[in-house]
Design a protein around this ligand. Structure first.
Ligand SMILES: [Fe+2]
Length: 216
């Protein structure tokens, strides 16, 4: 973690302030008792994170990438991607999903880790660069204002999650459904013509195909 004294509008001060805001929200979420209180925190944190990610991806990361190096920057990109998937699922699944609090807790853990790496590895490599960090900071503040006023556009992760069909399954729910289907197939309860099995093949047509093969 860094404790450098920097001007308020320095780009790094703006990022650091955002980090403190979301970390405080994560702490409050852990302490919150009621559903309404937790939901209010989720909404605030998700909005903060979406805006913060855009400022970094559009403005800060491209400016410092060549100085910091691709290893650290690519890792940061991937961490943003994972966070964006979790956020898209929180948005898509809605407030009644039974994994909502768990999903937000995992998002918070991911972001805490990401902040630790940014502050511990990425930002120390940037602070002494010959960059006009205050002009960069102003650009970030202007972008933040515009996003708050005009709304935050959906990202590719929202599109990706929407394309899954909105079943909102957890891996455990999918696994138990798949294993139930395989069990039915093994015990013969699904051996009707055209019944789909876990492999995605159609049992009826597969059997026909193999009979044809034997004939020729
Ligand atoms: Fe970040």
């Amino acid at each position: 973690m860094f404790d450098w004294i920097l001007p308020e509008k320095h780009a790094i001060s703006i990022l650091k302030k955002d980090h403190e805001t979301v970390k405080k929200l994560f702490d409050n979420f852990e302490k919150a008792k009621g559903r309404a209180e937790k939901e209010k925190i989720i909404t605030q944190a998700v909005t903060e994170l979406k805006i913060h990610a855009i400022l970094e991806e559009e403005i800060f990361y491209p400016t410092v990438r060549k100085y910091v190096g691709s290893e650290i920057m690519n890792e940061a990109d991937e961490e943003h991607h994972v966070a964006r998937v979790l956020i898209a699922e929180l948005d898509h699944n809605g407030v009644d999903h039974d994994h909502r609090n768990a999903k937000f807790t995992v998002l918070a853990e991911n972001i805490r880790h990401h902040i630790k790496e940014e502050e511990g590895e990425m930002l120390p490599k940037t602070k002494d660069l010959e960059i006009d960090f205050e002009a960069l900071g102003q650009k970030m503040l202007d972008r933040k204002q515009r996003l708050k006023k005009q709304g935050i556009p959906d990202d590719q992760e929202h599109v990706m999650v929407a394309k899954t069909g909105g079943k909102a399954d957890t891996p455990a729910a999918t696994a138990s459904r798949t294993s139930a289907t395989s069990h039915k197939s093994r015990t013969g309860t699904s051996r009707k013509k055209g019944t789909r099995v876990a492999s995605g093949k159609t049992r009826g047509s597969g059997a026909k195909a193999s009979r044809k093969k034997t004939k020729s």
